[in-house]
Ligand binder design. Structure first.
Ligand code: HEC
Length: 511
C-alpha cells in the first residue's frame, strides 16, 4: 500500500483544489487542519474547544447575536466587540486566516467533518414526524442494507426502482422493497477502492447514473452512465503503468435479469482517459422533452485543472447530444474547430446534480466548490461557469480561488456565469429535483437539493426570474444523500449512503 499512499494524496489534493505542496500529507495541507489549530490556540479559551462556550466567551453554536453567515462571522472576528470582551483580530491575523477560521466555525455549525466526511456517523432514521415550514413529513424506508456506495435511483412506471451501486452494478428494487440480484451483462465496474488520506473513496471504473428514456414505455431504453476503465490503452496509462478511466454513456434494455441490446451513445477518444479519481467525474444524466440527453463530466484529466478551461477537451463540461448519440446541429460549438462537439456548458468542477425542468424548458445543475462555493447553476448554452479561474468558495487555506495566472488564462469576471445559489460553507451538494408532487403541493417548483458532508436536505425556492427567494433546511445531519428522485405519483425518494448499509427512503406527508 505504501506506493499508493504516496501517489494518491497528490490526486486528492488536486481534486480539493489545494495548490501543490511537495510531499503533501494532510497535516501539511494548508487549510482545514490549520483552521482547527488556529481556533484551538486563539479562540477555544473563551469559546470552548467544541464551540460550546466558556466563562469568558459566548457559545458559537446555536443563534449568533451578530449573524451567522460568512460575512457576519468574519466581521465579528475582524472587528471584535472590545467593550464586551471579544478582541479585535484585524491587526493580528491576515484576512485569509480570518476567513479560514470563519469557515471552520460555519462548517462545525453545519456538522461538516472533513476527516470522515460523515461516512461513519451513526445513521438513525427518525420515527417522528419532521416538521418544516410548509409540510410535515416522515421518512419511510423502502429498502435497507444496500451497498455502501450507491449512486442513483430511477423510479419506474410499474412502481419498481432501478438502482446503481457504483462498484457493483445495476439491480431492481421491487415495489415491495426487495432487491433483485445484479442485472447481468452491464459494463464492468471495479471495487478496488482505497482510502489514503481522508475516509473518502478513490477509485476508477464506477457505475453512475441510471435513467429511463422519456418514452421508456414505448421503446424500453434505459441509459447507463459509467466510467470505463482500461490499462495499456493510452499514452498516460503506458507511461505511468496505471489504469485510466473516463465517463461513457450507453443504453440498453433489461430482459429477464439481463442487460441486452446495448448501444454506445457517447464515448471519448481513449487519449482523454485520465488517472485522476472518479470522485469528481460528475455522473448525472437527464433528458429534455425534445429528444436530447445531457450529461455531466467533471474533473477527469490527470489533474483537477487539466482541460477544464480548454474547450477542446471533454473535461469539466456539461454535454448535450441527441438521444441516439448524434450531435445536435444547434450545439454551441457545432462544426467549429477546437470545441468539443457535445459541449453545452464549461468550467465545471464536480457537477453532481443535473435536471431539466420541462415546465420552464431550463437545464439546472449542482456542483461542488472547493471549501465553500457549492453551486446551483442555471446552465445556458456556451457559457463558462468559471472553475478553476474563480469561485465563491475558497482554497482550503482561506485564500481566493484564482488559478488564471498559474494556468496562463486571462479572463473577465463578467464573462463567468455566476451561480444562482451559492452554498458556503459547502454542504457537498449532490442530486436534486424540481419538486412536482401532489403529495407536497406547497413545494411545487421548489428545488429539493441533497447533500453529502452536511447530510442535509435543502428546499430552495426561486422566483420567475431564477433568483433564489428562500432557502430552508428540511432536515440536517441525518445521512449522506446521494440521489433525490420523484415518480409520476408524487412519491419523493432519497438514496441515503452509509457505511453500515445504504437505503432508499420515501418522504411521506404528515400534515
Ligand atoms: C478573551 C475572550 C475571547 C477570545 C479570545 C475570543 N473571543 Fe470571540 N467573543 C468573546 C465574547 C465575550 C463575545 C461576545 C461579544 C458580544 O456579543 O458582544 C465574542 C463574540 C464572538 C463572535 C460573535 C458571536 C455572536 O453571537 O454573534 C464570534 C464569531 C467570535 N467571537 C469568534 C471568535 C474567534 C474566531 C476567536 C479567535 C480568533 C475569538 N472569538 C476569540 C470572547 C472572546
Amino acid at each position: 500500500m505504501k506506493k499508493t499512499v504516496q501517489r494518491i494524496p497528490f490526486q486528492i489534493l488536486l481534486l480539493l483544489g489545494v495548490s501543490l505542496v511537495a510531499n503533501s500529507t494532510l497535516a501539511q495541507v494548508p487549510g482545514v487542519a490549520e483552521s482547527i489549530e488556529l481556533y484551538q490556540s486563539n479562540c477555544a479559551v473563551c469559546h470552548g474547544e467544541n464551540l460550546e462556550g466558556a466563562a469568558q466567551g459566548v457559545p458559537l453554536l446555536g443563534d449568533l447575536r451578530h449573524g451567522d453567515d460568512m460575512a457576519a462571522v468574519s466581521a465579528s472576528i475582524r472587528n471584535g466587540y472590545v467593550e464586551t470582551g471579544m478582541p479585535t483580530w484585524r491587526d493580528t491575523l491576515p484576512e485569509a486566516t480570518i476567513r479560514n477560521i470563519s469557515l471552520f466555525i460555519l462548517e462545525s455549525r453545519d456538522n461538516i467533518d472533513y476527516v470522515t466526511f460523515n461516512y461513519d456517523t451513526p445513521l438513525e432514521i427518525p420515527d417522528e414526524v419532521i416538521s418544516s415550514e410548509l409540510h410535515n413529513f416522515r421518512l419511510e424506508t423502502v429498502v435497507a442494507n444496500l451497498d455502501q456506495q450507491p449512486f442513483s435511483i430511477a423510479p419506474m412506471p410499474d412502481g419498481s426502482i432501478l438502482l446503481t451501486e457504483k462498484m457493483l452494478g445495476l439491480s431492481i428494487i421491487s415495489p415491495e422493497g426487495i432487491q433483485s440480484s445484479l442485472i447481468s451483462g452491464t459494463p464492468e465496474v471495479f471495487d478496488d477502492t482505497f482510502k489514503p488520506v481522508f475516509e473518502q473513496e478513490w477509485g476508477l471504473g464506477w457505475l453512475f447514473d441510471v435513467i429511463p428514456h422519456p418514452n421508456y414505455e414505448e421503446n424500453g431504453w434505459i441509459y447507463l452512465y459509467y466510467t470505463e476503465r482500461c490499462t495499456d490503452c493510452n499514452t498516460l496509462s503506458r507511461e505511468q503503468n496505471t489504469p485510466v478511466s473516463l465517463n461513457k454513456l450507453v443504453r440498453g434494455r433489461i430482459d429477464e435479469g439481463a442487460w441486452v441490446d446495448m448501444e454506445v451513445i457517447w464515448e471519448a477518444d481513449k487519449e482523454f482517459y485520465g488517472a485522476g479519481t472518479d470522485v469528481a467525474a460528475g455522473g448525472r444524466v437527464t433528458f429534455d422533452d425534445t429528444g436530447h440527453v445531457f450529461f455531466s463530466l467533471g474533473a477527469k484529466g490527470s489533474a483537477v485543472f487539466q482541460g477544464i478551461q480548454d474547450l477542446a477537451t471533454p473535461y469539466g463540461k456539461i454535454h448535450r447530444i441527441n438521444d441516439d448519440g448524434s450531435i445536435p446541429e444547434d450545439n454551441p460549438g457545432y462544426g467549429q474547430d477546437g470545441i468539443y462537439p457535445s459541449m453545452w456548458t464549461w468550467g465545471h468542477r464536480s457537477p453532481q446534480g443535473l435536471e431539466f425542468d420541462t415546465r420552464t424548458g431550463q437545464l439546472w445543475g449542482t456542483e461542488h466548490g472547493p471549501r465553500g462555493g457549492d453551486e446551483v447553476n442555471l446552465l445556458l448554452p456556451g457559457l463558462n461557469y468559471g472553475w478553476p479561474l474563480t469561485s465563491k468558495g475558497m482554497n482550503y487555506d482561506g485564500t481566493p480561488v484564482n488559478y488564471g495566472p498559474q494556468l496562463g488564462i486571462a479572463f473577465e469576471l463578467a464573462d463567468i456565469q455566476q451561480p444562482v445559489v451559492d452554498l458556503t460553507p459547502s454542504p457537498a451538494v449532490s442530486s436534486f429535483i424540481v419538486s412536482r408532487s401532489e403529495q407536497f403541493p406547497e413545494w411545487d417548483n421548489d428545488f429539493l437539493v441533497g447533500s453529502l458532508k452536511a447530510r442535509s436536505l435543502f428546499r430552495v425556492e426561486m422566483d420567475s426570474n431564477n433568483r433564489m427567494v428562500q432557502r430552508e433546511t428540511l432536515f440536517a445531519g441525518l445521512a449522506r444523500i446521494r440521489d433525490v428522485e420523484q415518480d409520476n405519483n408524487g412519491n419523493i425518494f432519497l438514496l441515503l449512503e452509509h457505511n453500515s448499509g445504504s437505503r432508499i427512503v420515501r418522504l411521506v406527508p404528515d400534515d
